[in-house]
Design a protein around this ligand. Structure first.
Ligand SMILES: Cc1ncc(C[n+]2csc(CCOP(=O)(O)OP(=O)(O)O)c2C)c(N)n1
Length: 326
């Protein structure tokens, strides 16, 4: 829900970004401590995209996500404790501990799932948008995907059908500059936002580290989609501060990005930047920002600690979701 009061709305945006940041800082520490059963791809630095988009969505709207999906899950209202339990492989996880970090999903909240298939969410969100159109409920299908996924053929297929059928679809490309360890310049030809133009779909670029700019672009796209005018492609320029995957330095032989580049982007940190904006505007003072961050960190830590106490699924359950299993 979007609060009417602008100050409350801004504080909600900051709260949303801080929740993702604190949750992922915890996961980074868990990984370092050897406490995670699998890999994690962290979203630190990109929080303004998930939060800016999801702040404009309703519970009825559907999102699809990527292998870097914790931020999308939390921003769409996913339960942090159930997310931690899933990443920890516990039976209380949002997918019963069967999915792990790359598959966090909660269909009841419109979260159709993180996805290990690069570009996989694009087709799923298009299907969701078609279902939304057929059921007439004014829902919108929203797909988060990376710049690497923008090189997949499925994007053209989705744009084609979305244009023909005027699907209520919002394609949000998070251009964080890299596809695994390759700079985007070696993977992506031309402009990502420009890929929409030949289909007659509007494509626009936004500063993906400015939560309000993302929210504004999203609001416009949603108005189009809900009004029956069809899809929009938003390319949000951002940066992932952590590696492609935690622990990558253990197997990478060369450094694929300069420390100065990372530092430069740290200077544009979407969370610190928006907190500073709110202080400048007098919405919050510095002490209130610190108190909010402390309160969120305590809640996130409590959720993680408690999830870590939960049991693993029973070994007898292993084939529960397999076809043909008893
Ligand atoms: C279809 C497919 N091809 C390749 C991979 C291996 N892979 C995993 S993540 C990744 C890079 C994705 O880059 P991008 O879409 O920009 O997302 P980011 O990691 O930057 O968030 C690749 C190639 C995969 N998981 N799925």
């Amino acid at each position: 829900m979007i609060p009417n009061d602008p100050a409350a709305r801004s504080i909600d945006l900051l709260r949303g970004m801080l929740t993702i940041r604190k949750a992922e800082e915890r996961l980074a520490r868990d990984f370092k401590a050897g406490a995670l059963p699998g890999p994690v791809h962290l979203y630190i630095g990109q929080e303004a995209v998930a939060v800016g988009v999801c702040a404009q969505l309703d519970a009825r709207d559907w999102i699809t996500s990527t292998h870097r999906g914790h931020g999308h899950f939390l921003a769409k209202g996913g339960d942090p404790r159930a997310m931690f339990a899933e990443v920890y492989g516990r039976s209380t996880g949002i997918c019963g501990g069967f999915g792990g970090s790359m598959h966090v999903a909660d269909v009841s909240k419109g979260i159709l799932g993180a996805n290990g298939i690069v570009g996989g969410g694009i087709a799923l969100a298009s299907g969701a948008a078609l279902a939304a159109q057929l059921d007439g409920a004014q829902r919108v299908g929203v797909c988060f995907f990376g710049d690497g996924a923008a090189a997949q053929g499925v994007l053209s297929e989705a744009l084609n059908l979305a244009a023909l059928w005027k699907l209520p679809l919002l394609l949000v490309c998070e251009n964080n500059g890299f596809s695994e360890f390759s700079p985007s310049s070696g993977v992506i030809a031309g402009s990502i936002a420009g890929r929409a133009e030949p289909f007659g779909v509007p494509g626009r670029q936004v500063d993906g580290n400015d939560v309000e700019a993302v929210a504004e672009a999203t609001a416009e796209a949603l108005e189009r989609a809900r009004g029956g005018a069809g899809a929009t492609l938003i390319e949000a320029a951002t940066y992932r501060i952590h590696g492609h995957v935690e622990g990558e330095h253990a197997f990478l032989k060369t450094q694929y990005r300069a420390d100065e580049e990372i530092e430069r982007w740290r200077g544009r940190d979407p969370v610190a930047r928006f907190a500073a904006t709110l202080v400048e505007r007098g919405t919050l003072d510095a002490a209130a920002v610190e108190a909010l961050a402390g309160e969120i960190e305590a809640a996130v830590e409590a959720a993680a600690d408690s999830a870590a106490e939960d049991p693993y699924p029973e070994p007898a359950e292993l084939d529960r979701h397999l076809l043909g299993a008893a």
